[in-house]
Write a protein that binds this ligand. Structure first.
Ligand code: XIL
Length: 322
């Protein structure tokens, strides 16, 4: 099973140790942001392929797998999309974008997160199953099958993934989120639209939430029945409240990663496990979810000094690469 890491174009040249870490540890190297809609077509008809090309070439030229994220995401939908006036225009723009990007990387990306975070943040609290986004406003729920069909058309061999967060935890809001994903999958299949796997982001909390092994097992089993696989797409650790000492943070991280792996492997091995970065030098967590005490966070499997944490060894062991 491949162990992967998401890489960022801005650091690959200026930090040789960062670049080398992906080659040392990863079977799969994927662009973290460079294939997102807003990054790749920031203005209508203005394409910015260079950063993604560079990263995909880096992975492929070193014999590594790669994959794509993401065509539809509320947080990377440029303003020009919001300004489109009719549903027909929005549909044409979505299909053209997806076909252009998917075709360019055809055969080089083994899978695509076709839609990312389309489930409501909290389906119970929000009182809706799907998130309110520009694509929902323009096209309604049908933007989801439109996106899957366009991706499949452009690269029939790419595995088509629906990716989301908060699929790992115990509690009614998380049960509801898993139910929304299953319901989207069933509706796609009822309409003969192909979907191959669910991506669980795997942004793991050491304290705020509890991983629900039984629920993950049931979810995985249900997806398997429907012919879908699962993969962990954005693994990292959010540690906010315990002791800030490095050893204490790493111990909590190892526990939560180990619980996730146990749960995910309980039914069948996942298709891949991908970390959202590789080293604590670069992560979105300190910007988006800092510790209240301001202490440095340790979200990734290598420290700032590139030292392997115990949970990197755990991952290697579980994925069979050592
Ligand atoms: C984040 C990246 O890590 C940041 O570098 C970027 O500025 C914003 O996006 N869920 C997702 C990812 O699906 O795409 C997000 O990645 C993190 C949350």
């Amino acid at each position: 099973m491949p162990f992967g890491g998401a890489i960022q174009a801005e650091y690959i040249d200026k930090d040789p140790a960062y670049r080398q870490a992906f080659l040392t540890y990863c079977d799969l190297i994927m662009p973290m942001n460079e294939l997102k809609f807003g990054q790749i077509q920031p203005q209508r008809g203005e394409w910015n392929f260079e950063p993604a090309d560079k990263l995909v070439d880096f992975a492929r030229s070193h014999g590594r797998l790669s994959r794509g994220t993401c065509h539809v995401w509320w947080n990377s939908t440029p303003d020009w999309v919001a300004a489109l006036e009719t549903p027909a225009e929005a549909e044409a723009a979505l299909v053209q974008h997806i076909e252009t990007v998917t075709d360019r990387y055809k055969g080089r990306l083994r899978s695509w997160d076709v839609v990312n975070e389309v489930a409501a943040n909290d389906p119970i609290y929000d009182g809706r199953s799907l998130r309110d986004t520009v694509w929902m406003q323009k096209l309604g729920p049908r933007h989801i099958p439109i996106a899957f069909k366009a991706t499949a058309n452009a690269d029939p061999s790419a595995r088509l993934v629906i990716n989301d967060y908060d699929l790992e935890y115990a509690g009614p809001e998380f049960d509801a989120k898993r139910a929304v994903i299953l319901s989207i999958v069933r509706q796609l299949q009822d309409h003969n639209v192909r979907v191959d796997a669910v991506g669980m982001q795997g942004h793991l909390y050491t304290d705020d939430h509890r991983i629900d092994g039984d629920a993950i097992l049931a979810f995985h089993r249900e997806l398997d029945k429907l012919g879908l696989g699962i993969l962990v797409t954005e693994l990292d650790v959010i540690d906010r409240n315990g002791s800030p000492a490095a050893a204490a943070q790493d111990k909590r991280a190892e526990k939560v990663v180990s619980e996730l792996l146990d749960a995910v492997f309980a039914w069948k091995p996942p298709e891949a496990v991908i970390a959202w970065g590789i080293t604590d030098r670069y992560s979105w967590i300190p910007d988006s979810m800092p510790r209240p005490d301001g202490a440095p966070q340790r979200p990734l499997p290598l420290g700032r000094d590139m030292h392997e944490k115990s949970w990197m060894k755990l991952l290697q062991k579980r994925l069979g690469s050592v």
